[in-house]
Design a protein around this ligand. Structure first.
Ligand SMILES: Cc1ncc(COP(=O)(O)O)c(C=O)c1O
Length: 385
């Protein structure tokens, strides 16, 4: 599909191809900024947006996000350090991981005052209770139904994420008494096209935060002031609604959400999906297969997960002329010594020759950041254009 590859193609033409690279991963800076602007415009001004690093962790991209004034959401201590290196001030970093060590918590407390840590469990909250310089959040599982693939659903009955809200009464008592609790956090899953489940999760946690605050006021404890509503929206190209529509639904269901709390978001895929294009030289061609340099090492979700990820392919000659017909069918084989390393089977394509290029568009999310070391291959080079 020409429209998806046109920006990457013009950039490659301007730099005379892949030069010495057998493959490249291009990241579209202007698309990133337009998505960030969309995020800024969709929500009220005061909302703090922390883009999820796990979705795209290329340092050049993180620096770009930081320089536009956005925050970052870290899923590990290593991602906290990536965010700091990118130039994000600690108060715009959220650290979510279900397994934070005491050492990591203390490093945040000492080195990064103002950072927010969302505890995943009451045991983790207990580890943080006496700390002074970090903002303390607690992730709740509202146990509402969000429509997405089971691998990406974090609000089910038995999710490993968050404190289940089933026993709300005893949770209310407990949270009414803990010395410090700055935020409640909810993220019901990823790749969600229908926002109803997302909004229901936020509403449940919003209502609960109000009730916890009544208890805290009675007990003379400081109030919960922030709600971190996570990310999770599927990109429009994958059937999702636009951010503006999501915010309208939030406003319709929870009219004073943005008035009563400081809101934090953690979108990932919605921002990055359209920004990435992968290009590989087609190294070999047989009757049934084309062999390229990126496979299950870069596209783990595509190959291993069973998630439905429809890829959009285009082929050019070695001189970057688009081959537009679809007269042949090829399976697309990656470079790994593993029979399952095939991206798609029997895809209608032009007749390919060794030295042509394969383009895969809309691969900005959950690709580079999931790189696998299988077969010890060198990471693909990321170029921002
Ligand atoms: C806690 C948390 N926040 C944000 C995200 C980003 O989700 P998405 O890329 O679906 O917006 C994830 C994804 O796994 C997550 O686990």
């Amino acid at each position: 599909m020409l429209s998806d590859t046109s920006a990457a193609l013009s950039f490659l033409r301007s730099r005379e191809g892949l030069q010495n690279e057998k493959h490249l991963y291009l990241f579209d800076r202007s698309m990133l900024h337009s998505k960030l602007q969309e995020l800024r415009d969709a929500f009220p001004k005061a909302v703090k947006h922390c883009v999820a690093i796990k979705t795209q962790n290329a340092p050049e991209v993180l620096t770009e996000i930081a320089s536009a004034g956005f925050g970052l959401e870290a899923a590990s201590m290593e991602e906290v350090e990536l965010a700091i290196h990118a130039g994000v001030p600690a108060h715009k970093i959220v650290f979510d991981s279900p397994v934070k060590t005491m050492e990591e918590i203390m490093r945040c407390e000492e080195a990064y005052p103002g950072i927010m840590l969302n505890a995943n469990s009451l045991a983790e909250l207990h580890r943080m209770k006496d700390l002074k310089s970090i903002a303390i959040g607690l992730r709740l599982n509202p146990q509402t139904q969000a429509t997405t693939h089971p691998l990406l659903q974090t609000s089910g009955r038995s999710s490993k994420f968050g404190v289940p809200m089933a026993d709300a009464a005893s949770l209310l008592t407990l949270l009414g008494e803990v010395p410090r609790l700055d935020a409640l956090h909810v993220h019901v899953g990823s790749s969600i096209a229908k926002v109803k489940g997302m909004v229901a999760g936020v509403k449940q946690v919003y209502d609960f935060a109000q009730r916890v605050n009544v208890e805290r006021r009675k007990n003379g404890r400081p109030m919960i002031t922030k709600l971190d509503i996570g990310g999770g929206l599927a990109p429009e190209k994958r059937g999702g609604v636009c951010l503006r529509e999501y915010v309208s639904s939030l406003n319709a269901e929870i009219p004073s959400l943005f008035k009563d709390f400081e809101i934090v978001t953690e979108f990932g895929q919605y921002i990055h999906y359209e920004c990435g294009t992968y290009i590989s030289r087609i190294e070999y061609v047989s009757e049934d297969f084309i062999y390229v340099h990126g496979g299950a090492d870069l596209f783990l979700r595509k190959v291993y997960s069973g998630l439905e990820l429809p890829f959009v392919y285009a082929v050019t000659t070695g001189q970057l002329e688009l081959k537009a017909d679809r007269r042949h069918r090829y399976s697309i084989a990656g470079p790994l010594c593993f029979e399952g390393d095939v991206l798609d089977r029997a895809v209608p394509m032009p007749v390919c020759e060794p030295g042509d290029y394969l383009f895969i568009s809309d691969v900005g999310a959950n690709t580079v950041s999931m790189w696998s070391g299988h077969c010890s291959r060198e990471r693909v080079k990321v170029v921002l254009f």
